[in-house]
Design a protein around this ligand. Structure first.
Ligand SMILES: C[S@@+](CC[C@H](N)C(=O)[O-])C[C@H]1O[C@@H](n2cnc3c(N)ncnc32)[C@H](O)[C@@H]1O
Length: 339
């Protein structure tokens, strides 16, 4: 059995809230065919509706997420046998024979053991070369990178993101590359890697689902290492956490002007319904977790666009021990857009 889209650790992923989202859409009697998810993260929400026969528009600012959508959500052709053979060969590699490389030079002894790091660098370079030599097509390229991203993430010396590594030497985990469970879907997907505010100006959907970050914690900081491997431009990395330069993937939603950026987004959405995910972490103690957009802001911004109903559910919440939110609520704002 291969890996599924939800089999990764991703902050704020809505894997456990899919039923809540679906039930809310049903309660509202929303009849729809096209579904936009422009802050798609793992892509689980878009995949849920693609699986139900809807046409999806999926997008994220991070290229590493785009790669995964291209691998798992597109309908482009690929040869399964070819992928199986290549992965099989990767899993037979003798790590002792691999030379030092960009990845082992920068990420061994911190996020990975030296031998695992050498293998990650070797495999990523090999995928790049196969694509450049036209041995694999674009879909196969994205599938192989995604297999590497999912597999390497499972053995990293972290709590599940790359803000920092654990305060202990990484153990040798003997990295094995796992295959993905790729499904065939009956409807279309449109896949993007751009700023949501510019994308919404170009697309029209029945339902637009919105799940942006609501605090100062940048996803580019959490996932810089996966982004580095996905892009494979081998940039210089800095400081203890070994982050690359990330100016162009920093989100405006995590900065002081978030409210204005959110307001601009909503104003420019072309949809019959807008559904916004929102949680009450604004009561959190750590300042970086404080919500930049309050509940009242949200009502004010959405009311300009149409009629709103709010739904909520209890949801278990963890944030590395600093905050204990007893009454953590996940909310959905449903806005029926005025004609
Ligand atoms: C709360 S997460 C979404 C989680 C997602 N719903 C899931 O289930 O996995 C927010 C996402 O928005 C992305 N993001 C932040 N700013 C963005 C922007 N301006 N345009 C597009 N995506 C952005 C982040 O990279 C992150 O993946």
């Amino acid at each position: 059995m291969g890996l599924n889209i939800e089999n990764r650790r991703y902050i704020g992923n809505k894997s456990k809230l899919l039923k809540f989202i679906d039930d809310t859409i049903k309660k509202e009697n929303i009849d729809f065919y096209t579904f936009g998810d422009v802050f798609s993260g793992t892509g689980v929400v878009a995949e849920y509706f693609l699986n139900k026969g809807k046409e999806i528009y999926v997008n994220d600012l991070l290229f590493s997420n785009f790669v995964i959508y291209k691998a798992l959500l597109s309908n482009e052709k690929y040869e399964e046998e070819k992928i199986i053979k290549i992965i099989d060969d990767y899993n037979k590699i003798d790590v002792e024979k691999i030379h030092d490389n960009y990845f082992s030079d920068n990420f061994s002894g911190n996020y990975y053991h030296y031998k695992d790091a050498k293998k990650i660098g070797y495999v990523r370079e090999d995928i790049e070369n196969r694509y450049l030599n036209k041995e694999i097509n674009e879909r196969e390229y994205y599938i192989l990178i995604s297999c590497l991203l999912y597999s390497m993430d499972k053995i990293s010396n972290t709590v599940g993101h790359y803000e920092s590594f654990l305060n202990k030497e990484p153990e040798y985990k003997n990295l094995q590359i796992s295959n993905l469970n790729i499904k065939l879907y009956n409807s279309n997907s449109h896949i993007y890697n751009e700023d949501a505010n510019s994308l919404v100006r170009k697309i029209k959907v029945d339902v637009m689902y919105i799940d942006p970050p609501y605090n100062a914690r940048q996803y580019a900081n959490f996932y810089h290492l996966l982004e580095n491997v996905a892009q494979w431009k081998k940039p210089k990395v800095y400081n203890k956490a070994k982050k690359m330069e990330r100016k162009n993937i920093m989100s405006e939603y995590c900065k002081a002007n978030a409210k204005a950026v959110f307001s601009d987004l909503i104003e420019n959405i072309n949809a019959k319904y807008i559904i916004v995910s929102y949680n009450n972490t604004y009561e959190a103690k750590s300042t970086s977790s404080v919500n930049s957009i309050t509940y009242q802001d949200m009502l004010q911004i959405l009311e300009k666009k149409g009629k709103i109903n709010v739904y909520e559910t209890d949801y278990k919440f963890f944030n590395s021990g600093k905050t204990n939110l007893d009454k953590h609520k996940e909310r959905l704002f449903v806005c029926k857009v005025r004609e």
